[in-house]
Design a protein around this ligand. Structure first.
Ligand SMILES: NC(=O)c1ccc[n+]([C@@H]2O[C@H](COP(=O)([O-])OP(=O)(O)OC[C@H]3O[C@@H](n4cnc5c(N)ncnc54)[C@H](OP(=O)(O)O)[C@@H]3O)[C@@H](O)[C@H]2O)c1
Length: 293
């Protein structure tokens, strides 16, 4: 397939979330873009997957749509499984069918939580086996979207996406703020994942938009990191290593999340060679933004 010089009009379904908001802003500088949130806003069209009738006029002229909209909160999906299946699977599939019938290329954001976490890192060849409702709903959506689009969809399984905002609620910011408040950070020694910086994700999505390749892709950082080690790395910058307490993930109350959901990105890098920002550099940036020497 040849690389498109004009990316065309792009839609982001779910453009107000942790990924959608920065992605929408970045793509707006680059090409024509429309986005949605449940209620809509001055810049976003309203689209609530929970509703039965959608006004999809905003899709006119759209070439490719990224489906980010979902209930992405693992605990909430576990507590409200019926709602999670309705939003993340049935209604998402219904929307995907409408997009496909309009001839729009679909990119569906899925998750490393489709795996059971017993033997990461997982490649695209490994069989998913979700342990939480969130992962099960996303896997079902992956499979059904693939089928209804006659194998033309792009399924992007993302690892944890992070930024370097010390004041935000992201992966690094949360740990940073706990340490700054003098709190003990309880971090699991058995939780393994490979986070990807949001800026790297945006760059890769732009490449995918220009060169859309159907199939399932693992898009994640290069570094497999244990959550405890990540917390220690951050604490070291504040000389507060003593504030990081080692725990086991399943000691925490609530949902028993999969332990090692790390994935391999070899397939991605083979088709889209890239280098991703290291966690060390990202922590430097976090510290610099927080104004700590
Ligand atoms: N962030 C990560 O680290 C990560 C990792 C792996 C996979 N993913 C996947 O990537 C996608 C985006 O993640 P995110 O972190 O940006 O999620 P998020 O912050 O929870 O944002 C969710 C987005 O979906 C919209 N949404 C929620 N419920 C909706 C509904 N019923 N109908 C229509 N829109 C709805 C939200 O709009 P409102 O503003 O109206 O609520 C928001 O724009 C998700 O599908 C998630 O499963 C994310």
């Amino acid at each position: 397939m040849s690389i498109l010089s004009d990316p065309g009009k792009i839609a982001i379904i779910g453009a107000s979330g942790a990924i959608g908001k920065p992605l929408f802003e970045a793509l707006s500088q680059w090409t024509e873009i429309v986005g949605t949130s449940r209620r809509g806003s001055t810049t976003l069209a309203p689209l609530d997957l929970a509703s039965e009738d959608w006004d999809l006029h905003f899709l006119k002229g759209v070439r490719l749509a990224l489906i980010l909209a979902a209930n992405s909160k693992i605990a909430d999906c576990e507590q409200n499984p019926e709602q999670a299946w309705q939003i993340n699977h049935r209604q998402t599939l219904k929307l995907a069918m409408q997009l496909h019938h309009r001839g729009i290329q679909i990119v569906f954001a899925s998750t490393d939580n489709v795996f059971d976490g017993k033997k990461g890192p997982y490649s695209e060849q490994d069989s998913p086996n979700p342990q939480v409702v969130y992962g099960a709903t996303k896997l079902a959506a992956e499979r059904d979207i693939w089928n209804v689009t006659q194998n033309s969809a792009i399924i992007l399984r993302l690892s944890k996406i992070y930024d370097c905002n010390p004041h935000g609620s992201g992966l690094l910011g949360e740990i940073w703020q706990q340490l700054k408040r003098g709190q003990i950070v309880r971090a699991a020694v058995d939780q393994v994942f490979n986070p990807l910086h949001i800026d790297d994700l945006i760059i890769q999505i732009k490449r995918l938009i220009q060169d859309p390749k159907p199939g399932t892709w693992h898009l994640c950082g290069n570094e497999r990191i244990v959550r405890f080690d990540l917390a220690e790395q951050i604490a070291r910058r504040l000389d507060q290593q003593d504030c990081v307490q080692a725990i086991h993930l399943h000691d925490l109350p609530g949902v028993k999340r999969p332990l090692d959901t790390s994935m391999t990105n070899a397939k991605w890098l083979h088709h889209f060679p890239a280098s991703f920002q290291s966690l060390d550099i990202s922590i430097d940036q976090l510290v610099a933004r927080a104004g700590v020497a």
